[in-house]
Structure formats: structure tokens, C-alpha cells
Design a protein around this ligand. Structure first.
Ligand code: NIG
Ligand code: FE
Length: 408
């Protein structure tokens, strides 16, 4: 049977494509799961659609893309959060065996089913806000079997929910206790054994590394990137989050898809990201929770025209939040992004941070038919509401999702 042709009419389109066009009386034609045509309703091309959907004049954007999450995990770190409120730092907690390692212990102890069940509500929360593509990292297993378990859960969430999941191997998140004092050996095992094995199982779409004093050095990250390159896998980096180690400069030179966090980056990093076309992924919820002394160098990033993405960073330590809309609002208030920048950061630029710019993140012919109709008077409301979800209708792969929103 021919693929269904559907007309989605009576919409105010914010396309987020190269020109971020606004089409006041817009319409979309979809064929199968892709967008075929976008434009003014008066100019819809001839062929008779099999179905016509009236979007009631709503603002319509591309489906949101959360380009940085650690949403598969077990347990919480609420106790450590309380310790931080009493003055202990994130680094201090990590160096005494807590932090990421607390979650590693919980993930190792959890069965695959348990991990799925604990993670599913966080994914559901993102989806309820119009997220149609989400990146999920490993990094709380830190053995081959437990990293594989996390990645399988991420894949299985993608099959169980109406969302596109991209998986990232973050075995280089922190040094597991078994390798204490042997970080170089650990990186070698990940690079030479785990990465090819997990990639061979189809579990890895990209490779990430936490480049930081308390985690891995620039040289270690470079070795991992080299192994990823050999396998044809894209790379990204948790870079300059708590200090400036020079990770961003190396990652950009290696053609990384993105460098994420960047609180301690400066002019040189912004220039390097721009030269390489690497996306700067801003994580304002982690900034809010950790309250570092510096914020990402927005003026330099803008001056060099670096593409800015905004992501939730959903994780139990630095960002206990499963809301991309909250991250977008925080990006405006804490980092000074405009609402339009925040929206591009959660659509086109986020897709680019995942290497998906030709498939997702814009309302344009050839893109996935993923879009959201919002109950808002203007696009500014998307970098504005906190704890209120103005999502009306989510369309994924040209199908309307049955996902009730009591606020709409
Ligand atoms: O993006 N920086 C390292 N990784 C996470 C935090 C993970 C955790 O604390 O569990 C981040 O902030
Ligand atoms: Fe992170």
C-alpha cells in the first residue's frame, strides 16, 4: 500500500530550519513518517491527502530533542544533595567514594527490569513535554556487563515508548573501584575491548567521556576518541564543567559532535568549537544544582556563532530533573539565552549535537514528521513556564500520540 499522505493545516509554524521561518497560516504535508512539504496553507500542493488534521491555529514547532541525558539509572542521590546543601562539594563527595559511584553501586545491583521500571517515568515525563528524540548515556555500570545492561535498557525504552532513542557509551564517566590507580589501563580496556564489543552488538551510537580532574585526562580522552574513530563512531565530551583542562580544544580538533557543560570554557574554546562546527550543549539544570562559580562564555560563543543546544542532563547527581522545558527556561534566566535560542537549542541544534541535523529538529521537507502543537500565545512562552506544560498535541512519525496533558 502507498504511504499515507496527511495534511496538517491551520497552524502557526515555527520551522527552526535554516531561516527559522514563521509561517502564520501554515500547513504541513507528510508522507509516511516524513515531512514532504511545508508552507502557506494557500499553496498546499495538489495531491489529495488521505487524512486532514486541523491544528486549530496553534503554534507548531519541531518535536523537541533532548541531546544530553543520563536518564537510565537506579536509586537517587537525595542524601548527597542534602549534604551539598550543608556545604560539601560535588567533588569532595565524589572523591570520598560517593557521587557517580553511589549510582554505579545501585545500577550494578539492579536487574534489567528494575532499571527499565525506574527509568521509564523519567522518559515519560520528557515525552509529555513534546520530546520526540532523546539521547541516553551509559556510565553508571562501568563493567562490560553493566554498561551493556544500561544500553540495552535505553534501546528497550526506545522500543516501548514513542520516541527515538540515541545511545551514548559513557564508560569513561569515572574510574571504577576495580581500576583504582590504573586509569590508563581502564581506558585501554574500554577502547580496545568494550567499545568494539558493544558497538558490534548495535548498542552504541556515539562515545562520550567526562574530561575532568576527578575523571579522565585530555590524553585519555584522546585515546578513547581514536578508538571511536576507528569504528566510525562520533564522539562528544563532558568538557570544562568544573575546571579548564583543555578538553574542548582537543575534542573540537577531533571533530566532536558536541562539547557539553563548558562553564570553565573561554574565548579560545569558543573559537575552536566554531572552527570545528562542534555544538556547545548547555546544561543549565546542572549549573543551577551545582552552583559553580562560572557560567558558560555566552558572549564568546555567540560572537563566534557556535550552535547552542540546551539539554536536561537528567541524572541523579547534578541534575535531578526530567524536564526539557525547565532547562529551556533556566537557559534564558541563568545564561541569558533568548526564547528563540532556547527553542533552537532544543530542536535544530540539539539534533545536530546528535548528528541528526538532516533528519530531525526542523520543519522541512525530508525531516521526520515529528512536531508539537502548543497551547501558547507566542513562542516566548517556551522559555518561560516552569512546572507548567503547555504542550497540546504531539505528532510522531505522522501519528498523533495519545498522551493526555491536564494543562492543555
Ligand atoms: O552531566 N559530569 C558528569 N556527569 C553528569 C553527572 C553525573 C552524576 O553526578 O551522576 C553531569 O553533570
Ligand atoms: Fe552529563
Amino acid at each position: 500500500m502507498a504511504e499515507a499522505l496527511k495534511l496538517w493545516r491551520n497552524a502557526q509554524l515555527y520551522t527552526c530550519d535554516g531561516h527559522s521561518r514563521i509561517i502564520a497560516r501554515g500547513a504541513l504535508l507528510t508522507r509516511g513518517s516524513r515531512i514532504e512539504w511545508v508552507g502557506d496553507e494557500a499553496a498546499v500542493p495538489g495531491a489529495a491527502a488521505h487524512e486532514v488534521h486541523d491544528l486549530s491555529g496553534a503554534w507548531v514547532t519541531p518535536g523537541l530533542v533532548d541531546s544530553h541525558t543520563h536518564l537510565v539509572f537506579a536509586g537517587t542521590r537525595a542524601t548527597e544533595y542534602a549534604e551539598r546543601l550543608r556545604g560539601r562539594s560535588y567533588e569532595e563527595i565524589a572523591l570520598s567514594g560517593g557521587g557517580i559511584l553511589t549510582t554505579v553501586r545501585a545500577v550494578r545491583a539492579a536487574s534489567e527490569e528494575q532499571l527499565f521500571d525506574e527509568s521509564a517515568p523519567r522518559l515519560a515525563s520528557l515525552l509529555s513535554e513534546g520530546v520526540t528524540t532523546v539521547e541516553i548515556k551509559s556510565g553508571y555500570g562501568l563493567t562490560l556487563a553493566d554498561e551493556a545492561k544500561m544500553l540495552r535498557v535505553a534501546r528497550s525504552l526506545g522500543r516501548s515508548f514513542p520516541v527515538t532513542v540515541r545511545t551514548t557509551l559513557l564508560a569513561a564517566h569515572t574510574l571504577p573501584p576495580e581500576y583504582q590507580g590504573r586509569a590508563d589501563e581502564y581506558i585501554d580496556v574500554v577502547a580496545r575491548e568494550w567499545l568494539p564489543e558493544l558497538a558490534g552488538q548495535g548498542l552504541v551510537d556515539a562515545v562520550d567521556v567526562f574530561c575532568e580532574r576527578m575523571a579522565f585526562s585530555v590524553a585519555q580522552a584522546a585515546r578513547l576518541f581514536e578508538a571511536a574513530r576507528t569504528l566510525g563512531l562520533p564522539v562528544k565530551m563532558h568538557a570544562e564543567q568544573l575546571s579548564n583542562l583543555g578538553g574542548t580544544l582537543m575534542a573540537a580538533a577531533a571533530g566532536a559532535l558536541s562539547c557539553d557543560h563548558l562553564e570553565y570554557a573561554g574565548e579560545a574554546e569558543a573559537a575552536a568549537l566554531a572552527r570545528a562546527g562542534t555544538v556547545a550543549v548547555l546544561l543549565p539544570i546542572a549549573y543551577y544544582c551545582l552552583a559553580p562559580e562560572r557560567r558558560p562564555p555566552l558572549d564568546a560563543l555567540r560572537a563566534h556563532r557556535v550552535a547552542l543546544a540546551v539539554a536536561s542532563d537528567c541524572n541523579p547527581g547534578s541534575a535531578p530533573a526530567a524536564s526539557l522545558l525547565t532547562a529551556m527556561s533556566m537557559a534564558t534566566r541563568l545564561f541569558g539565552l533568548t526564547a528563540e535560542e532556547a527553542l533552537l537549542g532544543a530542536t535544530r541544534h540539539a539534533a545536530r549535537a546528535l548528528g541528526l541535523e538532516y533528519e530531525r529538529g526542523a520543519l522541512a521537507p525530508g525531516q521526520a514528521a515529528d512536531f508539537v502543537a502548543w497551547n501558547v500565545r507566542s513562542i516566548e512562552e517556551l522559555g518561560y513556564w516552569i512546572g507548567f506544560n503547555p504542550r497540546r498535541t504531539v505528532v510522531r512519525a505522522a501519528e498523533v500520540l495519545r498522551w493526555p496533558n491536564p494543562n492543555a
